[in-house]
Design a protein around this ligand. Structure first.
Ligand code: AHR
Length: 369
């Protein structure tokens, strides 16, 4: 009996999703909606009739998406959340359930379990850190709900726990930044063993931190730079300020600060200036060069125009339309690429480095931003 009930509810769920899919496909061909009007009422392939109540229930025609965002630690994160909210509107055929994880994986796991109970059609996860997702993603799979990862990744060995991922190549961002530091210091005649770097890292265990830290650590080893310290500033301005103030007390020869996001760079510059030093590219004159990642925060961009931040590696947060396109291709029965990388630039107002080459690819440095 219980088995029959389970089978019945699974079948109902499939029918409900099929109806939404049919409606969404109709939405994609909105210009022809009147001609296709019948398909909002019946599924000709499955010979299903829908009740009047269902016809009236507007939300039944929407694709439901549960989005577990990791938090609101930075301007990048806010822009990313906004992009998702703008992409998954009712006008676009979606009903979005948004949950802010407040930087806690436990909250994100609870959110995913809630989405499963709510029987959403798709789950989008922006994971705080890479590990610890197997169990809950397994539960989503059991429930037949596809999961799309956005921004950071999970390190589950079973890649079938999620449909696909879209985001940045964080290690490439780190490599590009390291290539810029190398080119700039060489142009200025600064010897590798005179380059004393501290890395203010993002939250430990996140894909953005792992990739950017790896990009720098490998370049420091290969180029003979002194990587004096790596300390997490949790991607926040407050922590960036605190960490930088402490590092300035520990080391008196730091001349490059590699901040794994713009918010931490703003905090670090505050600490540098509060200590009576100058943030700028003229290392030989005693300035401390600050470089960072994102290119979203307006203040950071204006610091970059003034040279207080010497270079920014772009990290593009506008993933809403990209995630929507992935969901729409799943709806149409296509199999999107598993890993979808976003192209990104380098921004610097300093004229010395016009481009960098990483792994045989040339990346122009944008000075007009
Ligand atoms: O995962 C992307 C990173 O997370 C951004 O660089 C940072 O600002 C954010 O908090």
């Amino acid at each position: 009996m219980k088995q029959m009930e389970e089978m019945g509810s699974l079948q109902m769920k499939r029918l409900r999703i099929s109806k939404k899919i049919i409606t969404a496909v109709c939405g994609l061909f909105a210009m022809g909606i009147i001609a296709l009007g019948g398909c909002a009422r019946t599924d000709p392939d499955m010979d299903i009739e829908y009740t009047e109540q269902e016809e009236l229930d507007k939300s039944a025609d929407l694709i439901t998406v549960g989005f577990s965002q990791l938090g609101a630690e930075s301007d990048w994160r806010s822009a990313n959340t906004d992009s998702m909210l703008e992409a998954f509107t009712e006008a676009n055929g979606y009903s979005l359930v948004y949950k802010n994880g407040q930087q806690k994986q436990a909250n994100q796991i609870t959110a995913i379990r809630t989405f499963i109970q709510q029987e959403v059609d798709y789950i989008v996860l922006a994971p705080a850190t890479e590990s610890g997702w197997e169990t809950v993603l397994g539960e989503a799979r059991e429930a037949g709900i596809p999961v799309i990862l956005v921004d950071r990744r999970v390190n589950a060995s079973d890649k079938n726990l999620y449909s696909c991922w879209v985001g940045s190549d964080f290690e490439l961002e780190g490599k590009k930044m390291a290539a810029w530091i190398k080119a700039y210091t060489e142009k200025k005649g600064i010897e590798p063993d005179e380059v004393n770097i501290v890395n203010i890292q993002g939250n430990i265990g996140s894909t953005a931190q792992i990739g950017r830290s790896r990009g720098l650590a490998n370049a420091a080893r290969d180029n003979g730079w002194n990587l004096r310290a790596e300390v997490s500033g949790d991607f926040t301005e407050t922590k960036g300020r605190e960490v930088m103030a402490a590092l300035l007390k520990r080391f008196d020869d730091v001349n490059v600060v590699y901040c794994e996001n713009d918010n931490m760079a703003i905090g670090a510059i505050d600490a540098i200036e509060a200590a009576g030093k100058k943030a700028g590219p003229d290392i030989s004159a005693g300035e401390i060069m600050v470089v960072s990642f994102d290119g979203v925060n307006k203040e950071a961009l204006s610091f970059a125009r003034e040279g207080r931040i010497s270079c920014i590696a772009e990290c593009n947060p506008m993933h809403g339309p990209r995630v929507r396109a992935l969901i729409e291709s799943l709806i149409s029965g296509e199999e999107p690429d598993k890993f979808n990388y976003v192209e990104e630039k380098l921004f610097s107002s300093l004229p010395e480095v016009e481009s960098v080459t990483v792994d045989g690819e040339v990346y122009e440095v944008e000075s007009d931003f």
